[in-house]
Design a protein around this ligand. Sequence first.
Ligand SMILES: Nc1nc2c(c(=O)[nH]1)N[C@H]1C(S)=C(S)[C@@H](COP(=O)(O)O)O[C@H]1N2
Ligand SMILES: [Mo]
Length: 526
Amino acid sequence: MSSQPTTASTTRHPTLSAAGVGLVSAAAFLGIAEFGALLLGGAGSPLVAVGSAVIDLAPAGAKDLMVALFGTGDKVALFALMTVIVAAVSAGAGVLERARPPFGALVFAAGGVLALLAVTTRSGSGTLDGAPTVVGVAAAIIVLRLLLQRLRRWEAAAQVPSAAPRPASTERRAFLVWGVATAAVAVVVGGASRLGSSAMQAAAAARRAIRLPAAATAAPAVPAGASLDVDGISPYITPNADFYRIDTALRVPNVDPADWSLRIHGAVEREVTLTWDELLALPLEEHVATLSCVSNEVGGDLIGTARWLGYPIRELLARARPTGDADMVLSRSIDGFSAGTPLDVLQDDGTAALLAVGMNGEPLPTEHGFPVRMVVPGLYGYVSATKWVTELEVTRFADAQGYWTPRGWSERGPVKLESRIDTPRAGSTVTAGKAVAIAGVAWQPHTGVKGVQVRVDGGDWQQATLADSASADTWRQWVLRWTPDSGSHRIEVRATSADGEVQTSVERPPAPNGATGWHTVEVSAR
Ligand SMILES: Nc1nc2c(c(=O)[nH]1)N[C@H]1C(S)=C(S)[C@@H](COP(=O)(O)O)O[C@H]1N2
Ligand SMILES: [Mo]
């Protein structure tokens, strides 16, 4: 079929091909723009913005007509109509660009300006929301020009075969391959991105619409004395926006609570399934607890305290009735993460292990596990705090492992006794001869802290003043007033647990089960 083209095909086929190039360019625009919108968390989609703008701007009569004609399919019909229009204009732009460059490119640019208007005037649009459209139009124009260049080479080779470096059949194949490949990539990337963005926005909208029930058992009020009035100290309750985030998720899972359920299975007498509505209908408890990461270095900030709202996991386990020699619950997240938590900890009456839905008075933030996560006071997050949790398998440590265990971390992860100096910061300068507050936090969730001591330049340990706490499950603030002499100084801190354990000076790295050692800061006084 690579015989010489007829005169007809050199005039007709290039026009059709140029129209095809216009379509592929439009696909490139949508593919890139939708991908950009996905990176922005589902915002800034020109497709959605233009569609909404058309709906908003359409005269009432037109709307009624659409509804009358298509009923509840009116939106689908609108998108179909828009697709036909955009396709026709793009095809025309391709033909125009071939005949009279750069007018086809200008048509795309003009379309881009309209889309940009739609995107940036949408209510609630952010400053970056125009970026996907701008980058998308640039991509469309590049694709338009490159493919038309290929088309021209094919045409030239077909018209004067003797002058062409490559035969017309080769040029034609190159043109088709590039065109089809570009279109395929654009459609796949754009389609997947659109799906991803809608999922993200559906989950975000679901989260916004949620009104969590009040706790049946409220957490005891946080005593006023839990917060010391010291500049630079970590607040007793960590605001959600400042709460550390650790997970293996490249992209935060978007779970619509309507689709969420938890399955408790494995070594149980009775399998239990719980839906979101069922969970919210249960008498929820509120509990203030400190969560920390095993990867936290001495002095590090992978730790925070929140008021969690949830249902005790022990009650759910009681419904399922674990059997035989089960000693572990492997919780699994929708994204494949898993944690192995000792069964007895989860069953213990005195441990507020929660299936949590709320964090500091709002639904869990998406990145902290929305709609449901686990929180177990006293255990590092990697063995207990599964976010986006969907499954609890009752099993045995001998038979199953959490995500991090085969990766070099211990199968058990009780939180170690630690303390941190928040202020003064390492390397800072303080005023000599003037009292300064040395202050920070100390923790061993579930055990509690009963004392903190500070020493300066290797001198005697001095008792710091301890703040109150809501319970043994949280950290405690502490402070010691100190009047420095001029010069450089070394400040060290150590805590004593409610059990009487004194924090070890032995320095261990985070792996395999938590760092130890005294937090030490050097400051200079002038
Ligand atoms: N699904 C999922 N849950 C997870 C993790 C994860 O990687 N994936 N990381 C765990 C670890 S190691 C910690 S320290 C805590 C951190 O919770 P945060 O991000 O809400 O602070 O989540 C735990 N839950
Ligand atoms: Mo962690």
